[in-house]
Design a binder for this molecule. Structure first.
Ligand SMILES: Cc1cc2nc3c(=O)[nH]c(=O)nc-3n(C[C@H](O)[C@H](O)[C@H](O)COP(=O)(O)OP(=O)(O)OC[C@H]3O[C@@H](n4cnc5c(N)ncnc54)[C@H](O)[C@@H]3O)c2cc1C
Length: 451
């Protein structure tokens, strides 16, 4: 590590959020040759671990928590980090590139650059605080708490939210022998993303395994006295639906989506929408540095939110130059790719001669999900499609491919129950330098899937 010019402190880059994106950022910085101070701040007590197994192998009990670690202690030591775990970043003065930590000393770090990788936090249901038997699923502790709950046989689990997380948890809990009701605003798991036809086919898979699908919007929970004497003495007995109905349950998983963790970035630690005339926001504007916190941390095509301040992973909404619009992606692969891109472009901004020119971040998003042994994989963007072509090769076990498009362009491909190699082959349909023409992509899609 260099100490800079005599008498001057070594320059520091701080990465906030010690998970997939933050880890990729610090590794990218070191690999590219950053030899100054490198601080990684994370409010969880653990070194970086992987979240996808939480709703799969950890929840089912087939993995112990240590298998989720992303790097060994030796690998982390090799990065020569100033590692501050169990420490929350409290505030960022973006103009001064000054980070304040929520530790006992209220440490202030002057930085050459900052990468914000603070991810998202789970939404909760109103009125559930302190109610025993209600869970969310984001952290290792969340997963272990729910797993412990599901260790007792014969639970009646209501999963509120039929997105990917809810659908995966419902599948695992059903596999463990519990009675599961999956509550969603549509009638199909992941229907908002997959569309009606694929959603209905996935719904059939869930039903065939015993999951009860219930359309409805949860407005709260019903409670009764807690036999074990919970903190408030109340235990959940069901989920109340907005239409007046109730779903009986002794265990509730709230999987209704998430909110970007940007609270600490706003004036006095409170997120402000752009244009808000809060005192802090005004001060920022005077400095010419104002963070856009409307939906996560708004970034440009280089993942820059402000000079020297970059965003990566679930928290970052950036301008995707090929798609021609902003995007915030809550998928595991994007966290790594964007962490690396933010690191590279921050270094390019700090010293273009040494680190080269910045490059726009234009990935082909990828996600996967596992439900009842069925693997779903997607490239590109499935949401917001105005046309979807589904080619169902088999219903049981389900094997299908789908092409999603919008405004005459192909935007995403999905494979369910298909070998990864086959789905990777479809990726080319949505991986060009410009969005592909729908008709051309459709012809190529049919040929690739049906031969
Ligand atoms: C249960 C589960 C299953 C998933 N399954 C899949 C899957 O099958 N496929 C897929 O593609 N994706 C999946 N995902 C999504 C994937 O895990 C995320 O996209 C990925 O974890 C995002 O990484 P990240 O580093 O951006 O954010 P996160 O992993 O959320 O990490 C952000 C970190 O920053 C910390 N932090 C927040 N605020 C502060 C602060 N002020 N100071 C310090 N630290 C802070 C947080 O505590 C957290 O440790 C799943 C997610 C979950 C929760």
């Amino acid at each position: 590590m260099t100490s800079g010019d005599r008498g001057r402190p070594a320059p520091r880059i701080a990465v906030v959020g010690a998970s997939a994106a933050g880890l990729a950022a610090v590794e990218g910085l070191r690999r590219a040759g950053w030899d100054g101070l490198l601080t990684l701040v994370g409010d969880e007590p653990h070194p970086p671990y992987d979240r996808p197994p939480l709703s799969k192998q950890v929840l089912s009990g087939s993995w112990e928590p240590d298998r989720t670690g992303l790097r060994s202690a030796e690998q982390l030591a090799g990065l020569d980090l100033d590692l501050r775990l169990g420490t929350r970043a409290a505030a960022l003065d973006a103009a001064a590139r000054r980070l304040t930590l929520d530790d006992a000393e209220r440490t202030v770090l002057d930085c050459a650059g900052i990468v914000v990788a603070t991810g998202v936090r789970p939404r909760t249901l109103p009125g559930t605080e302190g109610v025993a038997g209600v869970y969310v699923l984001r952290s290792l502790e969340d997963a272990l708490a729910l797993r412990e709950r599901l260790a007792a046989p014969g639970r009646r689990l209501a999963v509120v939210g039929d997105g990917v997380l809810g659908a995966e948890a419902a599948a695992v809990a059903t596999g463990l022998g519990h009675r599961v009701v999956l509550i969603g605003s549509g009638t199909a798991p992941m229907g908002r993303v997959l569309g009606a036809e694929t959603g209905a086919l996935l719904a059939a898979v869930h039903r065939a395994h015993g999951v009860e699908l219930r359309a409805g919007r949860a407005s709260g929970v019903v409670t009764g006295p807690d036999p074990a004497g919970g903190p408030d003495g109340r235990h959940v007995t069901g989920v109340r639906l907005a239409d007046g109905g109730t779903v009986e349950a002794d265990t509730v998983l709230v999987a209704t989506g998430s909110v970007p963790a940007v609270d600490w970035l706003g004036p006095s630690g409170e997120a402000a929408a752009p244009g808000a005339e809060a005192a802090g926001a005004g001060a920022r504007a005077a400095d010419g540095v104002r963070l856009d916190l409307a939906d996560g941390l708004g970034c440009d095509a280089h993942c820059a939110a402000a000079p020297g301040v970059y965003g990566a992973g679930d928290v970052a909404r950036w301008y995707h130059p090929v798609l021609g619009r902003t995007l915030r992606v809550e998928h595991r692969m994007n966290a790594t790719e964007q962490g690396l891109a933010a690191a590279r472009n921050l270094l390019a901004e700090l010293d273009a001669e040494r680190f080269g020119a910045p490059r726009p971040f234009a990935p082909v998003p990828y996600f996967w999900s596992d439900q009842f042994g069925l693997k779903l994989q997607a490239y590109g963007v499935l949401e917001g499609a105005d046309r979807i072509e589904v080619l169902c090769l088999e219903k049981d076990p389900l094997r299908l491919a789908a092409l999603h498009g919008r405004e005459g362009r192909a935007t995403g491909v999905l494979g369910a129950g298909l070998p990864p190699r086959t789905v990777r082959g479809l990726r080319a349909l949505v991986a060009g330098d410009a969005p592909a023409d729908w008709d051309e992509a459709l012809a190529a899609f049919r040929t690739a899937v049906q031969g």
